[in-house]
Design a protein around this ligand. Structure first.
Ligand SMILES: *[C@@H]1O[C@H](CO)[C@@H](O)[C@H](O)[C@H]1NC(C)=O
Length: 416
């Protein structure tokens, strides 16, 4: 038994190498080389050059957006007279957010006071013929106030307790703030890729004050100017200012940062894109298109009485969406990608083996050569076998059954 263990120990120190069968078959040979070329091409061209498989990437971009609008417009509405609109009036909310609303059109109901007046005929629940249809104390569903119990014959609506007079009228057919198309939007965007501790801003360090005062973003001539003309932004979405200004709409401005940090920092620059986010071209008249809301400004008159101006504003909502990813060389993805490429080569060996051994006209010949069936050699021709190999043979070798099974799965050792 000691001898056996010794043998096992020494045979552990043998180095085993595979024996190859070279098939002189041009078809399979060419196929295999083509497959290898394909894998190498895929690995170098697609994985490494195109997909930058040697890089570690980060898609969790941290970003901050600050906006500022400039421009004024003087409007003249029939109910309200002249009014000057500055950025503090038409940008809602005014603090320079990532999402902001620019007023382009409005209906104003000036000088509303708490009191009694007829409900608007546009509210179905406010319509009446007799007093008993206006139950005192009931609110008008989707209306403006509380019913008083009287039906007013002139308008055919209930009298209500509300801010009077109630709003009426349509949005002006020409946007009142027509100069809004010439307002400018200054977008400051700061980004950070925390994994690489890399940060940058869309306002390039080379941009000086005079440039920033006069430039307007343009894909071809001023791709890094952070100041946008409202009209241009809307035109780039495929619509015109007139389309959106009357009833309002929603526009998305995308800022895409695609940074290869193996290159110089100056190569990492934002790319802008513009889309209309609400409605499609076919739904121009649908109830869903457009964007409006109401707000009121409250005042006290000389007698101390409160009154208010009610605004229903239509406008364009801008939504600035920041996206990005960055990549930098790293050894781990490089090794993983090379490894998976090599594994793919193994698939080629398998496929070519299958074709060679089972699909060719001479397959059986190749099979015989590749697979050697070893049976008990003493019953065959021992001389022939022993010419080249020292074979397992219980009578004339020093090997044991254990040796044979454990260390020689193929069934023979090369005699050197
Ligand atoms: C906006 O500016 C352009 C060019 O400066 C001018 O031609 C156009 O009349 C302006 N639009 C409005 C509504 O004033």
């Amino acid at each position: 038994m000691a001898r056996t263990w010794g043998n096992i120990f020494f045979s552990l120190l043998d180095y085993k190498t595979e024996k190859f069968v070279i098939a002189k078959n041009k078809k399979v040979g060419v196929l295999f080389r083509l497959f290898q070329l394909g894998v190498i091409g895929y690995l170098i061209g697609w994985v490494f050059l195109w997909k930058k498989g040697y890089q570690e990437t980060e898609e969790a971009i941290q970003s901050s957006v600050i906006t500022k609008l400039k421009g004024v417009d003087l409007t003249n509405s029939s109910q309200f007279g002249l009014q000057l609109w500055g950025a503090e009036d038409y940008v809602i909310p005014p603090q320079g957010e990532r999402i902001f609303f620019v007023v382009t059109n409005y209906i104003v109901t000036p000088n509303q006071r708490l009191g009694y007046c007829p409900e608007s005929p546009k509210v179905p629940d406010g319509l009446c013929n007799y007093d008993n249809e206006c139950v005192e104390g009931e609110t008008v569903i989707a209306g403006h106030g509380v019913k008083t119990g009287r039906c007013i014959n002139d308008t055919g609506t209930c009298e209500i307790h509300a801010w009077c007079p109630v709003e009426h009228g349509q949005a002006p057919s020409e946007p009142l703030l027509s100069k809004a198309e010439n307002f400018t939007i200054f977008v400051k965007n700061f980004i950070k890729f925390p994994k690489f501790s890399f940060s940058k801003s869309n306002v390039l360090p080379t941009a000086n004050k005079t440039y920033l005062k006069t430039c307007r973003y343009d894909k071809d001539h001023h791709p890094y100017c952070p100041i946008f003309l409202v009209r241009d932004v809307i035109n780039w979405t495929g619509y015109s200012f007139q389309d959106l200004a009357k009833k309002g709409g929603s526009v998305g401005v995308g800022i895409e940062w695609n940074c290869d940090l193996d290159k110089d920092e100056s190569q990492c620059n934002p790319e802008y894109s513009f889309t209309r986010l609400d409605s499609s071209i076919n739904s121009q008249n649908s109830v869903t298109s457009g964007y409006n809301f109401r707000f009121a400004r409250y005042y006290n008159d000389a007698a101390g009485q409160t009154y208010r101006n009610l605004f229903k504003v239509y406008g364009i909502r801008f939504d600035i969406l920041v996206n990005g990813k960055a990549g930098r060389f790293s050894i781990i993805p490089t090794v993983i990608n090379i490894g998976s490429g090599l594994a793919l080569m193994g698939a080629g060996v398998f496929v070519c083996d299958m074709i060679l051994l089972y699909m060719m006209s001479k397959s059986s010949f190749y099979r015989e050569t590749k697979f050697e069936a070893v049976t008990n050699l003493s019953t065959q021709n021992p001389q022939k076998a022993e010419k080249h190999f020292t074979c397992f043979h219980p009578e004339n070798t020093t090997q044991t059954v254990e040796d044979f099974l454990m260390l020689n799965p193929i069934g023979f050792t090369v005699d050197v």
